[in-house]
Design a protein around this ligand. Structure first.
Ligand SMILES: Cc1cc2nc3c(=O)[nH]c(=O)nc-3n(C[C@H](O)[C@H](O)[C@H](O)COP(=O)(O)OP(=O)(O)OC[C@H]3O[C@@H](n4cnc5c(N)ncnc54)[C@H](O)[C@@H]3O)c2cc1C
Length: 242
């Protein structure tokens, strides 16, 4: 299982790398290509696509680094336990395992679905030329497609993460992020995180009389995919607009 979790994080990192490459291609092309006498990157519709891609990539990076930090902590604590036999390390290792049990499928799902969206938009920025094999973006689009299939499809990641989410396994992370000392332009993001966490909790533990609705919204990701409460919460946690 731990080998599989390692592979899932590796595929998430692979998706992030391909997305970054696709974004770079799109940004370069949009700066060079002119239409109606202007570089297409200055056309609002194109600029918006580039901005959305950049935001999604950075949100994924934040989520992947969070998971990676817990892998590193777990390894360091295990090594120290082996060397020192310090019993106080055992609950910390268990905590890392619990968090990784949810973060791993979550980041695999998020990164690979995000990567598919980014590659779609990168090809869109290229217009017709992006569809041709002569351009790298066509390869990125094709390479990205398999990431949400191998090492467990996206649907299987949802199955793997749902139990932990319903069991409040990430609550301690949400709390730590809410209490983090942030200032300036990060402040509004913290407020969104607090609001999204409240909505998330309402879905997981709906008030009596609304039980079916809340749980249904969580499991289905809401009526609008990531615009559901769980999606908003995770998006806010990862720092992207829901
Ligand atoms: C290029 C490539 C390389 C691969 N390399 C390896 C490898 O090295 N080692 C290895 O072991 N495997 C490898 N695989 C296999 C890969 O892991 C599987 O293809 C993948 O896990 C999906 O399984 P499946 O193809 O049997 O699809 P299925 O399990 O038949 O899934 C078909 C559809 O049903 C959905 N589905 C299935 N079960 C559920 C469920 N419980 N809940 C919700 N939806 C569900 C899936 O999400 C999917 O949409 C590779 C695949 C590819 C394409």
């Amino acid at each position: 299982m731990s080998m599989m979790n390692g592979a899932r994080l590796a595929v998430a990192a692979q998706a992030l790398g391909i997305a970054e490459a696709a974004y770079d291609e799109a940004a370069r092309y949009a700066a060079k290509r002119t239409q109606f006498g202007t570089a297409i990157r200055d056309i609002p519709a194109v600029y918006r696509m580039l901005l959305t891609m950049r935001g999604e990539i950075e949100a994924t990076r934040a989520l992947l680094y969070e998971a990676g930090q817990w892998v590193d902590r777990k390894r360091a604590w295990e090594r120290r336990l082996e060397e020192s036999g310090e019993d106080a390390l055992r609950p910390k290792i268990k905590q890392a395992e619990r968090l990784l049990g949810v973060l791993t499928p979550l980041v695999k799902f998020y990164a690979t679905e995000m990567g598919n969206r980014v590659c779609y938009q990168a090809m869109q920025v290229h217009g017709g030329t992006g569809y041709m094999r002569e351009f790298n973006v066509e390869r990125h689009f094709r390479d990205m497609r398999v990431t949400s299939i191998y090492e467990g499809t996206s649907q299987m990641q949802v199955v793997a993460a749902t139990g932990g989410l319903l069991g409040h396994e990430l609550d301690e992370l949400f709390k730590a992020w809410q209490e983090a000392d942030v200032e300036g332009e990060l402040q509004p993001l913290r407020e969104r995180l607090i609001a999204a966490t409240a909505q998330f909790n309402l879905c997981v533990d709906p008030p009596a009389g609304q039980r079916g609705r809340g749980a249904g919204r969580l499991l289905c990701g809401g009526h609008g995919g990531s615009s559901g409460a769980a999606g908003q919460c995770l998006a806010a946690a990862a720092g992207r607009p829901a």
